[in-house]
Design a protein around this ligand. Structure first.
Ligand code: ZN
Length: 297
């Protein structure tokens, strides 16, 4: 049996913890479907399915977080804030963090100048509600070469989109540096719990399998000194059995005794203060394919 070598030195951003957990909720509601096709706005069934998030999921999640005494980060698109202001207000009243998640939830990688317009519009809506916006998550994991630079240029401290690590790092964007707090599709409930009749289908997995997988992931990250970023959507996660699964996961993490729960802003602050934090360059992340190797199709 292999004996695991002890971790050389705990990173400063973790403090005395073995791993950090970030509970994040993307309050997408109707936005991604309207961005896909505005005609979906006339689909009562589909719109009702999505509005479950702000109407029922968010209050239920807030209750669970209060019971477990943990703070979370809610990434809210501008259109969701405008359509469901009481959901946003209740999140703020419960002292959770609210982050930027675009205005209309388009695929940023498909946009050019319109990306900045959408970004600024969503930011302006959140600020109108009094949100001190510190971080951003790109809709549909669709970061373009411009996105991280926009986050830096607008004075935000972090982004939680790119997946090239499972620990925080400093990202040099060319327009200033930000902290990246990497999420991971394996820890995203969309791929586990969402199957909509109008978009790409995934096989819905049983709650017990999802939670068992996430528990294993957290266990591994406790050995690696990692950041466990759970990405959840209130329209998908606010249902009875899934909420029970989340409660069990949080309780297990607490019982481990060496997992610290952080909001995105808290994780970014710790990462910024860590002198040994890894540094990466956005330009280095983006290859410029050699046409001799990759001829145009
Ligand atoms: Zn989203």
């Amino acid at each position: 049996m292999a004996i695991r070598a002890p971790r050389s030195e705990a990173p400063a951003w973790l403090g005395s913890a073995a791993a950090a957990m970030m509970l994040t909720f993307d309050v997408d509601a109707e936005a991604p479907l309207l961005a896909d096709d505005p005609g979906h706005g006339a689909n009562a069934m589909l719109m009702a399915h999505q509005s479950f998030g702000p109407l029922v999921g968010v209050p239920r999640i807030l209750e669970l977080l209060a019971e477990q005494e943990v703070r979370a980060t809610f990434f809210v698109p501008g259109v969701t804030a405008e359509r469901h202001p009481s959901a946003l207000e209740s999140i703020l009243a419960a002292d959770h963090e609210v982050g930027h998640h675009s205005h209309s939830h388009p695929r940023y990688v498909d946009l050019e100048a319109a990306e900045e317009e959408d970004f600024e519009r969503g930011l302006e809506v959140l600020r109108r509600f009094g949100v001190d916006v510190r971080g951003h998550r790109t809709p549909l994991s669709s970061a373009s070469p411009r996105t991280a630079g926009l986050v830096a240029r607008h004075g935000l401290s972090y982004e939680s989109t790119l997946m090239d690590d499972d620990r925080p790092y400093r990202l040099m964007t060319g327009e200033g540096s930000i902290i990246e707090l990497p999420p991971y599709w394996g820890l995203d409930d969309w791929l586990q719990y969402v199957n909509l009749p109008v978009s790409e289908s995934f096989r819905v997995k049983p709650v017990a399998d999802v939670i068992a997988g996430w528990q294993l992931e957290l266990e591994a990250l406790r050995r690696e000194g990692g950041l466990c970023v759970l990405t959840m959507h209130p329209f998908a996660h606010g249902r009875g059995s899934r909420m029970r699964g989340l409660r069990a996961l949080i309780a297990d993490a607490r019982a481990a005794g060496d997992v610290v729960f952080l909001t995105g802003a808290e994780a970014a602050r710790r990462a910024e203060a860590d002198p040994a934090l890894a540094v990466r360059e956005l330009a280095r992340l983006l290859p410029d394919p050699d046409p001799a190797v990759y001829p145009a199709w």
